[in-house]
Design a binder for this molecule. Structure first.
Ligand code: NAP
Length: 291
């Protein structure tokens, strides 16, 4: 069986993918985890996963970690400002180490980058896809939609405020739960026929925040209102609440991307990889707000 290496293994998606591989019956001895801080990997060690310490910033550490890897799950980095050089390092190191197949967690890109409200995030994904295409490596792209798991951050303490306040207008998003993405990644890592493919890891339906408010109202019995303010009012409200400018900028950009329908891409790629229906928005919201 193939040697599998998961990067970003101390993060949410990396850990969930390792769990999905183990649930599929993959032997822990065949899975390695690339981490930059070994202290965060104690739980993985206890599961019998081999820990390799490397950093996307450190090319030589990557080449060493990638030796003898058949399947590399390359989870995009979280350091948005420095990702270009880091991710180019990963692709080049995979070439040098002769990795057999790289699976990269990218993002949906419904709009051209110049029109995207989150181009500062998306541009590294677009470039990394290009680098992989030009690398000569065998590769597969998972273009992930927006995680449903980010909704609680965007809508705050909604059960107390009973209001969703976000400039996302009537834009629709096909939310996916992170554990479904992990299960799909595990399916790609453990089956053949994915080389050269780009999968849109998205759900079969998309929703507005009015839909989110209506579902939470329905499942909790509370009456939740959705207000989509102007960007100016939204910014002023968050500034008054004491949030840092960087956080306000991030919330605003992602709300505008949703207003632009940037994640309004539905499809069945995820359903096919999972061989079941993806978790839908109502199931996710029940899990978070009504259990
Ligand atoms: P996460 O929990 O923040 O995990 C990110 C992982 O990347 C962590 O293990 C982190 O290591 C590792 N990492 C960051 N910089 C690194 C570097 N220089 N060298 C080596 N490892 C590095 O994020 P997630 O929820 O698992 O999501 C995975 C990725 O998807 C994110 O990194 C981001 O690119 C993207 N994302 C997508 C969405 C979406 O809605 N589609 C939402 C959020 C993020 P440490 O544990 O040491 O920090």
């Amino acid at each position: 069986m193939s040697n599998i290496l998961i990067t970003g293994a101390t993060g949410h998606l990396g850990k969930a993918t390792i769990n999905a591989l183990l649930n599929k019956g993959v032997n822990a001895g065949k899975i390695s985890a690339l981490v930059r801080n070994e202290k965060k990997a104690q739980d993985l060690k206890e599961m019998g996963i081999k820990i390799l310490v490397a950093d996307y910033e450190d090319y030589n550490s990557l080449v060493k970690a990638f030796a003898c890897v058949d399947q590399l799950l390359f989870i995009s980095g979280s350091d948005v400002m420095n990702r270009n050089q880091q991710q180019q390092n990963v692709v080049k190191a995979a070439v040098e180490a002769k990795v057999k197949h790289v699976i990269y967690t990218s993002a949906l890109n419904r709009l051209p980058i110049e029109q995207s409200a989150i181009s500062f995030v998306s541009q590294a994904h677009v470039k990394t896809e290009q680098w992989l295409a030009e690398s000569g490596l065998n590769y597969t792209i998972l273009q992930n939609s927006l995680y449903a798991d980010v909704i609680p951050q965007f809508i705050g303490d909604v059960l107390n405020t009973q209001t969703i306040y976000l400039p996302a207008a009537q834009g629709k998003t096909a939310f996916v739960v992170r554990t479904d993405i992990a299960e799909a990644a595990a399916a790609v890592l453990t089956s053949d026929g994915h080389n050269g493919k780009t999968y849109k890891i998205t759900n079969t339906e998309s929703y507005t925040y009015q839909n989110v408010a209506d579902i939470i109202s329905d499942i909790t019995g509370k009456s939740i209102t959705y207000i989509s303010p102007t960007v100016e009012d939204f910014t002023a409200t968050l500034e008054n609440a004491g949030l840092p400018a960087e956080t306000i900028g991030g919330f605003t950009a992602f709300a505008l991307a949703q207003a632009n329908d940037e994640f309004n891409v539905t499809g069945i790629d995820l359903e096919v990889l999972l061989n079941r229906k993806p978790t839908n928005l109502k199931e996710y919201l029940i899990d978070i707000y009504a259990k």
